[in-house]
Design a protein around this ligand. Structure first.
Ligand SMILES: [Zn+2]
Length: 333
């Protein structure tokens, strides 16, 4: 058993309470390699933003659970080296799909876990989420649960259609599970293809897809039921067109990739939404930078020469999200 506190990590409780009061959201950036982690830590340290390092089951297997734990510990030390005296860094399991997986993460130093029982029948979701909460809270680890189904694909999480969270269920669900935060479905979606062209309209000037707006009425109804309760948005990449264009220009093929417009996320961040998950955008930045080097310098074969520019572009992206979208800069001095 390794306590996250020994690794210098924190749970989400205090940072969410502050974020709701302050009208901003904490970035939850997925990572599975060193360059992503370096970029996340640098962007957070330089902007003094609390940050959630988020690891999916797939990423955990990709990186190796033991190596990952030391990477998170290294992230805290690296942040201090960069001049961030009291780093507020969470290590969070994204989309835990079983009690055993959540337990194993808690036992290996995670400070926060998500149990995603959203595809289960309502009562089974409650029972599973409660079981994880009961275990996690013994070690002061915070738990995110989910109600409602998102469309799209993220690692092993896939659903063709979305079902909005039912506001009339949230009090019962939050009370009976004891969860610390709730992931909801209001029209965000996993992946770089969040909407089909049929769901969108097309901008006549640029020919680009314009996605349907998020269901802010559902969010409002949920916040009315659970005033001040931490709400989480998954699938909230914006799929920046500049990266998609770069990928396509240098030999990639991402037709009609579309995400959530940043002004909608900005609006959400000001509400009880206090954690916004961003994964696809950094994948796009990484891929765009690597493709550019490969296209312009076909003789290059030193990974540092293409992973380095990828890291720089991701760092720029993370800073942009922190400062211009979530408003979490300067909140962890
Ligand atoms: Zn998700």
């Amino acid at each position: 058993m390794v306590s996250y506190k020994e690794l210098g990590l924190v749970n989400t409780r205090e940072m969410f309470a502050k974020a709701i009061k302050g009208g901003y959201a904490i970035p939850a950036f997925n990572f599975n390699n060193m360059e992503q982690l370096q970029a996340i830590v640098k962007a957070s340290a330089e902007t003094k933003s609390p940050v959630i390092l988020q690891v999916s089951k797939g990423a955990r297997n990709y990186a190796n659970p033991t190596l990952l734990r030391y990477m998170a510990q290294g992230a805290v030390e690296y942040a201090k080296e960069l001049g961030w005296e009291k780093p507020q860094i969470v290590l969070h399991l994204d989309h835990g799909d079983s009690f055993e997986l959540c337990k194993s993460c808690i036992d290996l130093g995670f400070s926060s876990v998500m149990i995603d029982g959203s595809s289960l029948p309502y009562e089974e979701n409650i029972a599973l989420s409660k079981k994880v909460v009961d275990y996690a809270h013994q070690y002061d680890v915070t738990v995110e649960a989910e109600l409602g189904v998102l469309a799209g694909v993220e690692d092993e999480v896939a659903s063709e259609v979305s079902h909005y969270t039912k506001p009339e269920e949230v009090i019962d669900f939050a009370t009976r599970t004891g969860c610390d935060s709730l992931a909801i479905s209001i029209g965000t979606s996993h992946g770089a293809y969040k909407f089909t062209p049929e769901q969108c309209t097309r901008d006549p000037k640029t020919g680009r897809l314009v996605p349907p707006p998020l269901a802010f009425d559902v969010l409002d109804a949920i916040m009315e039921q659970l005033p001040g309760f931490p709400i989480v948005l998954h699938g909230s990449s914006s799929v920046p067109q500049e990266y998609v264009d770069m990928i396509n220009k240098y030999g990639g093929k991402l037709p009609d990739a579309v995400g959530i417009p940043e002004e909608q996320l900005r609006k959400a961040a000001k509400s009880a939404v206090c954690k916004i998950n961003i994964d696809s955008d950094s994948r796009l930045a990484f891929t765009a930078a690597v493709r550019k080097v490969f296209a312009e310098k076909p003789g290059e074969f030193d990974p540092r020469k293409y992973c380095g520019p990828a890291r720089d572009l991701m760092e720029e992206l993370y800073k942009h999200k922190i400062i211009n979208v979530l408003g979490s800069d300067g909140k962890a001095e």
